[in-house]
Design a protein around this ligand. Sequence first.
Ligand code: NAP
Length: 288
Amino acid sequence: MTTQTQSAHIIDGVELSRKLREEVTARTQTLKARGITPGLAVVLVGENPASQVYVRNKVKGCQDCGFHSVLEQYDAGMTEAELLIRIAALNADPAIHGILVQLPVPAHINANKVIEAISPLKDVDGFHIASAGALVTGMRGFWPCTPYGCMKMLESISYDLRGKHAVVIGRSNIVGKPMALMLLQKNATVTICHSATKDLKAFTLQADVIVAAVGKRNLVTADMVKPGAVVLDVGMNRNDEGKLCGDVNFEGVRQVAGHITPVPGGVGPMTITMLLVNTLEAAERAAK
Ligand code: NAP
């Protein structure tokens, strides 16, 4: 799953996603033979153009793997109460195994209330407090898709995290914090850095694994990386030419790192793939 470059091996998220989706499609066929089709409901409120692209890609990913998918689009005027009623209906719908409300929701809707309304059994985004609690305690739940994808990327290079020092930059509920917990679960020694961290470089230079999840281009430069380290770039930013780029200075860091993920074509494609994995898993659990 890796290709040789000038120095670092590039972990190819497109190729790894393709392989994982093949596995998802095969498992889906097995489930369908038992009369169960994995079903994902994607709910979008408002006309955010980026969100519209994301939900279309999610629905297409479902179709490609043979899932049943429902896209519910509502205008920005939908009330919180109306949205909660829709979620309750989807919770009760046996054809739906996963529910995803695309964030952000309009300001008049409380996103936390919406996430908590989703049944934990259908929380394929892994944002529900029950999923977060399950991750903290090592119990079965759903892992948030982006950090889960990062773990799959480490798995794809057979990276043994035991005793390694992992530095996660960013502490959001959807990426940084769950990422740190997943690395901890695999016996890494984990440091979480954030905007109040003093001397970020002092930490990253000690890291065997760096996960950058901030949203600032060129935050991680070659002089901040220990030779041979694995660098996973979650960031999604635009450069001066308007092209997608990550938080890591790819051209510089690839000369120092042992493995690196590109942007685009790295962590990004893995996120939707792990949503499909979680939805299939939800359907398989429901079938048991
Ligand atoms: P977020 O909620 O804005 O969190 C950003 C984190 O970065 C915060 O914890 C913040 O610290 C920290 N931070 C800000 N400036 C920093 C600095 N100078 N040094 C160290 N830490 C700093 O963002 P997010 O939702 O986690 O997303 C992070 C990035 O990943 C974004 O670019 C987003 O677009 C991207 N993303 C990509 C995918 C994907 O599929 N590839 C999925 C999700 C997100 P404080 O907590 O102290 O404010």
